[in-house]
Ligand binder design. Structure first.
Ligand code: GUN
Length: 296
């Protein structure tokens, strides 16, 4: 069996095109174009790349992008003061504080300072809390897990009643992905570093989301034949034989897993582009909320 490929690159393009069309329509109606403020604290090279991609994408889609960079030794009060300033700035519809923050900072307190209506990452405890509660909806859903579910929906994978296994329990991906799957009536198991019989648990999954941060950990015999597998991991492997001197891979051993899975979203080329697309969509939503075009 060879899995069908979930083409995150193509699906993300459609999401971005819809966001751009929404921006055009808002501007035609006389509203300001949506604005996203990014906050980067310190000098993490990967974070710099991600934030740069988010800013460029805003501009490509006709949105405003406001970039703030603070030094590594910024105090908690300085970071929170910047967030409060952005909360009060009418041109800013969404605020994204890039994680991880330097170790001396309390990220939960920073995220809590972001206005719930501008929390386009969906990491504010109120939005996360609503995600965890039955019958309640967050204003925004975290972008990477939202992208995972969007991919599964797009190819028609049934979530209701499915056995879903999430590998990883991070605040950014694993936990919100599990909560989203529960909201969609899946039966969810969250696996982590203390899980016993990991491969056996994964093999029960109709839907397997790998967000564990381990290079090609998910092997062929971890996957139930026909399962849908979403690879969230991104790892850069040095390799002198490659033109760039490295190649990218994920948490899933793609070449072997594609032989048993029913659907597979590869890494790279799967969830990565979806994360930014969902952020753009959330920023448009934030602008619509700010202008009273969506009632929440
Ligand atoms: N770091 C890794 N992923 C993310 C994300 O989706 N949002 C933010 N703010 N930081 C991240």
């Amino acid at each position: 069996m060879t899995a069908k490929l979930i083409d995150g690159t193509a699906i993300a393009k459609k999401v971005r095109e819809q966001a751009a069309a929404d921006v055009t329509e808002m501007v035609a109606q006389g509203y300001a174009s949506p604005g996203l403020a990014t906050v980067l604290v310190g000098e993490n090279p990967a974070s710099e790349v991600y934030v740069g991609m988010k800013q460029r994408m805003c501009k490509q889609l006709g949105m405003e992008s406001f970039s703030y960079t603070l030094p590594t030794d910024s105090s908690q009060e300085e970071v929170e003061a910047l967030v409060r300033k952005l909360n009060a700035d009418l041109k800013v519809n969404g605020i994204l504080v890039q994680l991880p923050l330097p170790k001396h900072l309390d990220d939960e307190a920073v995220l809590r300072t972001i206005s719930v209506e501008k929390d386009v990452d969906g990491f504010h405890p109120i939005n996360m809390g609503r995600l965890a509660q039955k019958g309640r909806e967050p204003l925004f859903v975290p972008c990477t897990p939202d992208g995972c579910i969007y991919l599964l929906d797009e190819v028609g994978v049934e979530l209701r009643g499915a056995n879903a296994v999430v590998l990883g329990r991070s605040n950014i991906v694993g936990m919100p992905a599990a909560l989203l799957l529960v909201k969609r009536d899946a039966t969810v198991t969250i696996c982590h570093s203390r899980t016993k019989n990991l491969s056996e648990v994964c093999r029960q999954a109709d839907v397997l989301i790998a967000a564990v941060g381990q290079i090609e950990m998910v092997k062929k015999d971890w996957v139930k034949p026909g399962a849908a597998v979403i690879d969230v991991g991104t790892h850069r492997i040095e390799d002198a034989t490659k033109e760039k001197g490295y190649y990218l891979t994920g948490d899933v051993a793609f070449d072997e897993v594609k032989e048993v899975a029913g659907w597979i979203s590869p890494s790279p080329g799967g969830v990565g582009p979806m994360t930014i697309a969902m952020l753009m969509r959330n920023t448009v939503r934030a602008a619509k909320i700010a202008n009273g075009l969506i009632k929440v």
